[in-house]
Design a binder for this molecule. Structure first.
Ligand code: NAP
Length: 294
């Protein structure tokens, strides 16, 4: 048996076409959606991510601006910048690229963003609303995973969804989304982490297994129920001297063995990764739409 490959790249391209139309509709109503990204320091990976976000905005025809700040910037200067952006009616989405330098409190910065413009969905108000099942800006990666399931016709309702990893940006919010009494959710959820004893006893009973552990080969074939849906969020760089960049990307799932057991599986790269940016753009349009319907 060989699993169906859930092609995140193709799904993302379909959503981009929808978002382009949505952006055009907003512009026809006089609303020009704009995303502002703040990039502090010179982290090469962060620069790559921010470049992709700018490209995504251009592709769907919305404005983007990147504010570059020196790694040594004072916390209060960054807070002041956020206050200014919060006040600007032409700015609908604000994102501070993480990680931040150590001398800056990430919690303080994320909390300073207006929750209505918090397109990463990391503000405590949005996290609280998510817990309460209220409408809010959803964190992009978990929202992207749910969208992959939806667009592939895989309904989690009544299924056992096992999530490996409890970070605040992926595992925890995804588990919360899946347990809600809502369409494309309403699952029975198990959340595993490093404190979980006998991980395999849980993963083996998953109808849908979502892995966000940040370690290659966290999930191997014998840990997966035959026919299960496996979503690999992991994005790990492993040394590959033969590759031009000297590394290659791999997920948390041993793709080559698990693909023969699973019913459907996302690849890395080309699975969850492309969905994250698309959901960020979707959130920016959602924030812009909300700003005109207030
Ligand atoms: P994180 O903050 O490091 O959290 C990892 C979680 O996995 C923790 O809860 C940890 O448990 C758990 N874990 C680690 N090893 C485990 C094991 N062997 N068994 C059970 N649980 C284990 O990572 P993250 O930010 O959630 O990211 C996870 C992965 O997703 C990374 O590879 C990251 O690069 C990737 N990612 C991809 C995207 C995308 O767009 N594709 C977006 C975000 C993240 P404890 O809590 O007990 O430590």
């Amino acid at each position: 048996m060989s699993a169906i490959i859930l092609d995140g790249k193709a799904i993302a391209a379909d959503i981009m076409a929808d978002l382009k139309e949505e952006a055009a509709r907003l512009k026809s109503q006089g609303c020009y959606p704009q995303l502002v990204v703040i990039l502090v320091g010179e982290d090469p990976a962060s620069h790559v991510y921010v470049g992709r976000k700018e490209k995504g905005c251009a592709e769907i025809g919305i404005k983007s601006q990147t504010i570059m700040m020196d790694a040594g910037i004072r916390e209060e200067d960054l807070l002041k910048q956020l206050q200014d952006l919060n006040q600007r009616p032409d700015v609908h989405g604000i994102l501070v690229q993480l990680p931040l330098p150590r001398h800056i409190s990430t919690d303080k910065i994320l909390t300073a963003i207006d929750p209505k413009k918090d397109v990463d969905g990391f503000h405590p108000v949005n996290r609280g609303k998510l817990m309460a099942g209220e409408s809010c800006l959803l964190p992009c990666t978990p929202a992207g995973v749910q969208e992959i399931l939806k667009r592939s016709g895989i309904n989690p309702e009544g299924k056992h969804v096992v999530v490996v990893g409890r970070s605040m940006i992926v595992g925890m919010p995804f588990a919360v989304m899946m347990m809600q009494k809502k369409p494309w959710a309403n699952a029975t959820v198990t959340l595993c982490h490093t404190g979980t004893r006998d991980l395999v006893s849980y993963t083996k009973t998953a109808d849908i297994l979502v892995v966000a552990a940040g370690r290659p080969k966290t999930i191997t074939a014998e840990m997966v129920m035959p026919g299960a849906v496996v979503i690999d969020v992991g994005t790990n760089r492993v040394d590959a001297p033969e590759a031009t960049r000297g590394y290659r990307l791999t997920g948390d799932v041993d793709f080559e063995t698990v693909r023969h057991i699973a019913g459907a599986i996302t690849p890395v790269p080309g699975g969850v990764g492309p969905m994250t940016i698309v959901m960020l753009l979707k959130n920016t349009l959602q924030a812009a739409e909300a700003s005109i319907s207030q």
